[in-house]
Unconditional design. Structure first.
Length: 155
């Protein structure tokens, strides 16, 4: 039986045409609205998260996060393991602003934001420092030796 005689060939061809059409539409939308993409996804700032820079500097890793409008009291920084830092914060809006009518556009984000930052090497919180000034959080984490692995016997 030849491929063109296969009764499912029409279905597969239609599915392939739909897939090509969908990808073409997504490409058109991306170019029309010039949406920046990083690793196949939108930049974190567009999804309502905050922007972060991570630098490997000698004996430390420096993390800088832009957190405009966040109070220092609403900021939580946690090293959950030697390779992962979590930054969590709340942005609060006054209740009278949320009930007001007449907004033409409202893009500012309010609520809880959280981001896990994967670090380039193992770090420790011992001897680490952080500063928060003008909505910019800067964290200096001291590098540590890679966590040791436990060998597994196959006996």
């Amino acid at each position: 039986m030849a491929l063109k005689d296969n009764p499912f060939d029409i279905i597969f061809r239609e599915m392939e045409n739909m897939r090509h059409g969908l990808w073409g539409s997504l490409d058109d939308m991306h170019q029309r609205y010039m949406l920046p993409a990083v690793n196949g996804g939108l930049l974190p700032a567009i999804r309502g998260q905050f922007k972060v820079d991570v630098r490997d500097e000698g004996d430390e890793v420096i993390v800088i996060a832009d957190l405009p409008g966040v109070d220092k009291d609403k900021l939580i920084v946690e090293l959950v393991n030697p390779f992962t830092l979590v930054i969590r914060c709340d942005q609060v809006v006054e209740s009278e602003d949320t009930s007001r009518e007449g907004y033409y556009m409202r893009e500012r984000a309010y609520g809880t934001m959280q981001r896990a930052i994967y670090l380039p090497c193992a770090v420790t919180d011992e001897g680490s420092t952080s500063t928060f000034k003008n909505g910019v959080l800067e964290i200096h984490l001291k590098k540590t030796e890679q966590p040791s692995r436990i060998p597994v016997n196959t006996d």
